[in-house]
Design a protein around this ligand. Sequence first.
Ligand SMILES: [Zn+2]
Length: 211
Amino acid sequence: MSEASGADSACPLCGGALYGWLTLPDPGVPATVGRPTERAGSVLERCESCGAGVERGTEGVDLEAEAAGLEVPGSSELAVPNRGSVQAAIGGEGWSAIDERPGHLLLTPKSLRLLCERTGRDVRSTRTRYFGRNQRWMWQTLVNGLTFHPNFAREVRAGRLRPSSARGPLTFGVDCVVTVLAAPLVLLVSAPLELASALAGRGGEIVAELE
Ligand SMILES: [Zn+2]
């Protein structure tokens, strides 16, 4: 079966057809503002049936390992970035939580429940978090729209991005200035936006409480 956008593989969770979703950019390639560059081999597909995002080429993904990677230590909860969130919709390939996915899948509440079902976990309830790393993801997603380098603040803090490894000392400097100047202003927007999204059930992080 082949439709206009070329489904050629099946969702590992529900068996639905996968369609092209995002091509992630290579951080080493010069780009204009935003994240318009691309590299081969870093493609995410989406399932229109359960909403999951799947890295291309990982159809045989180990579902147990995926679920185990979401466990919150010391609790009976799983937590994962929400592909059905407002921040994911705003960010597209600039959604900051994409780079923090623990495995090969990006999940919606529906696909998280499917993953639990398929791995023998009973879900008591799911919710989206109001405060936590979801707030940082929303903030970074909005700032990503302003900087040359994706996830600039986080990458610099983690020591993975320096002027020498950046797309050039000038763009690095501009991103420093933009991030410092914009940080508090973006926070004025991102915090209430993420809170409102979470209250509406479309927050950036889903938490599933297990039986
Ligand atoms: Zn699916």
